[in-house]
Design a protein around this ligand. Structure first.
Ligand SMILES: C[S@@+](CC[C@H](N)C(=O)[O-])C[C@H]1O[C@@H](n2cnc3c(N)ncnc32)[C@H](O)[C@@H]1O
Length: 248
């Protein structure tokens, strides 16, 4: 099934794919500022949490999905020093910025390759990666089951998917405050800082329509993953899920 990622309702995949390409190709150069605003400045702490949770070793070949301007890939490079990272994204303009950062030495000597890849149709062989990272990616994909199935397919048995995503605060009061902030303040504030109000309206709607922690874990299990665990950040505004492909 494919959905409209802004509402969660069934819709042709083209609708969300075209919108996401339009949004991210337009904001690629200001994305890092957008990111800081959209995660309320907390993204660095959430990324650090993601690195702490990520079971990645020095011999690993890592696939970064929806890698954007390379923040996750470069963090993995610095924190884990794996053998190689394949940084992929649907939008070439985002990867152009990542390539620029790579040329500036942001991967600290770890080899990183960049390729335009739709996560819903990954052009790599079965069982080819030791670990997959993905931050703020799955929420933007209209065919999420298909994307998770593709990630499962290209992971080696025993490998892990590490996924950072906006989520749902379990505490009702915090959830209500956050809901108000998201709906009323984020489009205004984000628009003011980056000049792209529409991108923030989409962001707020897509977060509201996205499954909660249990829902995302269930989707991962449906794709075949096991031992799915997650850790909440900032009271559940974000969560990092770690899911393992069975070793057998
Ligand atoms: C919010 S950005 C996150 C970028 C990066 N992971 C980070 O943490 O800064 C979302 C990214 O998802 C990418 N994206 C959306 N749909 C995708 C798809 N179907 N396949 C691959 N990437 C996709 C967008 O192009 C965009 O770069």
């Amino acid at each position: 099934m494919s959905i409209d990622t802004a509402t969660g309702k069934e819709a042709p995949a083209d609708l969300s794919s075209a919108r996401v390409k339009e949004i991210f190709s337009a904001i690629a150069k200001k994305y890092e500022r957008f990111n800081a605003v959209s995660s309320f400045g907390a993204y660095k702490a959430w990324l650090a949490g993601m690195m702490r949770q990520a079971p990645i070793g020095p011999d690993d070949d890592v696939l970064d999905i929806a890698g954007g301007t390379g923040d996750v890939a470069f963090s993995v490079a610095r924190a884990k020093r794996p053998a190689h990272i394949q940084c992929t994204d649907l939008v070439s303009e985002m990867l152009d910025v990542a390539r620029m950062h790579y040329a500036d030495g942001k991967a600290c000597g770890v080899p990183v390759d960049f390729e335009v890849v739709d996560a819903q149709d990954i052009p790599y062989a079965d069982k080819s990666y030791d670990a997959i990272t993905m931050a703020y990616g799955i929420r933007n994909m209209p065919e999420r089951d298909r994307a998770l199935g593709e990630m499962f397919r290209v992971l080696k048995p025993g490998g892990s998917l590490v996924c950072l995503e906006f989520s749902t605060p379990p505490n009702a009061v915090w959830r209500a405050l956050y809901g108000f902030y998201l709906k009323h303040l984020i489009p205004f504030w984000g628009g003011l800082i980056t000049g792209d109000r529409e991108g923030f309206v989409y962001l707020a709607r897509s977060i509201k329509a996205f499954p909660d922690q249990q829902g995302l874990a269930a989707m991962m299990e449906k794709a075949g993953f096991e031992d799915v665990i997650w850790k909440n950040y900032t009271g559940g505004i974000a969560a990092v899920h770690v899911a393992r492909k069975p070793a057998r």
